[in-house]
Ligand binder design. Structure first.
Ligand code: URA
Ligand code: CA
Length: 433
């Protein structure tokens, strides 16, 4: 099988067979197919797309390019959640203990990654003592014991995806829906998920800014999952403004604790209840979404969800007392208010720009080597639709420098205030099964 023949086949709109895709991915992983041929293939896929069979075959070929995590020693249906990423997205920190508290086993493999704030692991590491460097055996034992554990991402997971993603990044082929869908799904499947709930974001702060593109990506991932025997559901949610109020690592941990206590922001709470209900149904803990939602709400009200979070933190070396004493979390030296320059109604809080403001404070990573400041970030006091008085604080900047002019300017740039009342954008904008 000559690689050039596969490239021309795809270039001319043909469908690659399972065998051809397997050969392509194993050859690319072991280095026998060079980057320049894979670049041409990625570009051909970018323009020609892939059939549903091709997408599923590509996903599984990438799954089998490296290690796969065997979670069969954990009883029950293991449901994983994935978010396509946004700004101030604290969902995993809330969802994991919340669904675990009603009996959904959560065996979460999580990464650090690049972004406006850290990944789930960075956020958790703002809890003194907490660590994710545990071996696979301990990981599985902890899930069996407590219903919940988080482990760092294995370096050997989907090496084909790692290599291909790097190549796409420099060849103008990131933005291909079949390539994105298979990339995301391969990692979820390799990390052992039996079923998958996807949170596909749309709007300014999302990877897919347009609703139709987000829908197409969601449908593509759901089709892949279901085709390869992993029941998959996608929720489409708004990312035109940041989720919740906090953007920053320790600040988001505090926000997650509030949400588990039942006093979190409405949007974050609603998204967690929605995603959690899907997870509970897929795992068989509840038979309908309505029943699942009741269980989740009861768990928050009774303190069960919060107590699960404490158990989980302590089991991985963390100081569980931070839950009752959030002042023990890393805290920035300075608070800088952001007073409204006019009165009216908040019409926009551009999510991506707010993320960049948090990044300027040091909350995120620009490169893999960047060191994150866990304490810094932004807490919003207003969301789209809220009324605001002249001089009233719209947000507080948590900074480790006495002034933060660049971040402040970015925040002002993100916020639009108008005279007429504004209807807030709906949080939940679609669902694909
Ligand atoms: N995230 C991924 O994991 N893969 C992509 O291709 C795009 C976003
Ligand atoms: Ca948040």
């Amino acid at each position: 099988m000559r690689t050039v023949d596969l490239i021309t086949k795809k270039r001319d709109g043909g469908e690659l067979t399972e065998n051809e895709i397997n050969n392509l991915i194993s050859g690319y992983t072991d280095g026998s197919i060079p980057d320049y041929q894979m670049s041409a293939m990625a570009m051909a896929i970018f323009f020609r797309g892939m059939t549903p069979m091709e997408r599923a075959n590509l996903t599984m070929a990438m799954v089998h390019s490296g290690e796969t995590i065997d979670l069969s020693a954990i009883s029950g249906v293991k449901v994983d959640k994935h978010s396509t990423g946004g700004v101030g997205d604290t969902t995993t920190l809330v969802l994991a203990p919340l669904v675990a508290s009603i009996g959904v086993p959560v065996a979460k493999m999580s990464g650090r990654g690049l972004g406006h704030t850290g990944g789930t692991i960075d956020k958790l590491e703002s809890i003194p003592g907490f660590h994710v460097e545990i071996d696979n055996r301990t990981f599985i034992d902890l899930v069996n014991q407590n219903g919940l554990a988080v482990i760092g991402q294995s370096d050997n997971l989907t090496p084909a995806d790692k290599k291909l993603y790097g190549l796409r990044d420099v060849t103008g082929t990131v933005n291909s829906i079949p390539l994105i869908a298979s990339s995301i799904m391969s990692k979820k499947i390799a990390s052992g998920a039996d079923a998958i709930v996807l949170d596909v974001k749309t709007g300014d702060g999302a990877f897919m800014k347009e609703m139709d593109e987000a829908e197409e990506l969601a449908a593509c991932m759901v089709d892949i999952g279901n085709r390869v025997g992993r029941r998959t559901v996608a929720v489409l949610s708004d990312m035109s403004q940041p989720l919740g109020n906090a953007i920053g690592n320790a600040l988001e941990v505090k926000e997650a604790i509030d949400t588990l206590r039942g006093i979190g922001p409405d949007d974050l709470t609603e998204l967690c209840l929605t995603l959690g209900s899907h997870m509970a149904v897929l795992s068989g803990v509840a038979s309908t979404k309505e029943e699942a939602r009741k269980l989740l709400e009861q768990s928050i009200a009774s303190g069960q969800a919060l107590s699960k979070f404490k158990t989980f933190l302590a089991a991985q070396g963390g100081d569980a007392d931070v839950v009752d004493h959030p002042e023990r979390l890393p805290s920035a030296k300075f608070r800088i208010e952001v007073p409204a320059k006019e009165a009216g109604y908040v019409a926009a809080i551009a999510a991506e720009n707010m993320g960049l403001a948090a990044m300027l404070l040091g909350a995120g990573r620009a490169t893999k080597e960047s060191v994150i400041d866990l304490a810094v970030g932004i807490v919003l006091h207003k969301k789209i639709g809220d009324s605001v008085r002249l001089g009233e604080s719209i947000a507080t900047i948590h900074s480790n420098t006495e002034s933060a002019p660049e971040a402040l300017a970015k925040i002002y740039e993100s916020i639009r205030i108008q005279d007429q009342p504004v209807t807030p954008p709906p949080l939940l904008v679609g669902e694909v099964k």
